[in-house]
Ligand binder design. Structure first.
Ligand code: SF4
Ligand code: SF4
Length: 323
């Protein structure tokens, strides 16, 4: 999304939230305000696998009914070659989905291929429990640009409770070793983002999330520590209570995001963890065809008027209740 559109959207929110005579005008203004339509997605997320070695409390994995698997390399190659043709439009390619990307032995090859085809930014989100020295070297040398590490809980006790199945000490050591290897190889990639998720802005044990990484990361090359707030994963969890809250937000994902599952099916967004909504199938069609299809156009039309009644997952989504 362009800076101009972001500014307009911010302005519209300010106007919309003002209790005054302009309320109706504000709604009219807001409903006319649209993200720009671009004929190819800005951000493409490719699920290399939906398998995971953890069972985090915050994640609705126990509700997953779709089959587990890994994306075939042939399908991946077809997808990434098409993205490469539009690489001046697509700003970022994520190589993960509803699973742990480092379980995929082909991940370094996938990154290498994407970089060799000129993809600007490759990115993964990982729990880092499998980030061994060897894997660290492989992804650094393959050219991965950025990596978000989900590290929920900043004390051993808190981490081990939230990130069920993983071990605080192992993951912490992995991250330290990765940072050392990156330093030793004199590389600036991948930049890392340590991600803490908290509920209601509070952590239970440590006052300052991320403090254990403060002296380890390299902020000069773009490493960061961020705190995000828990979301409901569509209807997967119930952290943010929604029934009484009105829908007030325009979800902009269909204007920039393209979510591909490991089997080639395309979803509407990452919250559809079980793959209930299918916008197309890349085994049969291209990204360009699906992105510019009537189905996607209809979704954008519905979303523009805050009409989510044909989108069951969206109706339960907490993201629409945020200003
Ligand atoms: S949050 Fe990530 S690491 Fe945890 S179970 Fe879900 S997919 Fe796996
Ligand atoms: S409204 Fe929620 S569930 Fe629907 S597309 Fe947007 S983020 Fe996804």
């Amino acid at each position: 999304m362009s800076q101009q559109s972001e500014n307009l959207l911010r302005l519209s929110r300010r106007v919309r939230n003002r209790p005054c005579l302009f309320k109706n005008y504000a709604f009219y203004f807001y409903s006319k305000l649209l993200p720009p339509y671009i004929n190819f997605p800005l951000e493409i997320r490719i699920e290399n696998t939906n398998c995971c070695n953890a069972c985090c409390l915050i994640c609705p994995r126990e509700k997953l009914t779709r089959a587990l698997g890994y994306m075939e390399f042939g399908l991946y190659e077809k997808i990434i070659r098409e993205v490469s043709k539009f690489r001046y439009k697509t700003q970022s390619v994520h190589l993960h989905g509803f699973g742990e990307p480092l379980l995929d032995g082909m991940l370094p090859e996938r990154i290498k291929l994407a970089k060799s085809l000129g993809i600007k930014e490759t990115h993964i989100i990982t729990n880092a429990s499998l980030l061994t020295s060897e894997k660290s070297k492989q992804i650094i040398e393959a050219g991965l640009d950025s990596m978000r590490i989900s590290f929920y809980g900043t004390s051993e006790n808190e981490y081990n409770i939230i990130m069920k199945g993983l071990n605080f000490a192992t993951t912490f050591e992995n991250v330290k070793t990765f940072l050392k290897i990156r330093r030793d190889l004199k590389k600036n990639n991948p930049r890392i983002q340590i991600n803490h998720a908290v509920r209601g802005g509070k952590t239970s044990e440590l006052k300052k999330p991320g403090m254990i990484f403060d002296d380890l990361i390299d902020r000069k090359i773009g490493d960061t520590i961020v705190t995000t707030y828990l979301h409901n994963y569509g209807e997967g969890r119930d952290y943010n209570h929604i029934p009484s809250k009105k829908i007030i937000s325009l979800c902009r994902r269909p204007w920039y995001l393209f979510q591909i599952r490991y089997d080639g099916k395309v979803g509407l967004c990452c919250f559809d963890y079980d793959g209930n909504q299918v916008m197309g199938d890349l085994n049969r069609n291209s990204i360009e065809d699906i992105w510019n299809s009537q189905d996607f156009a209809r979704v954008r039309l519905d979303f523009k008027s805050l009409n989510y009644q044909h989108h069951a997952l969206c109706l339960r989504c907490d993201q629409l209740r945020r200003s």
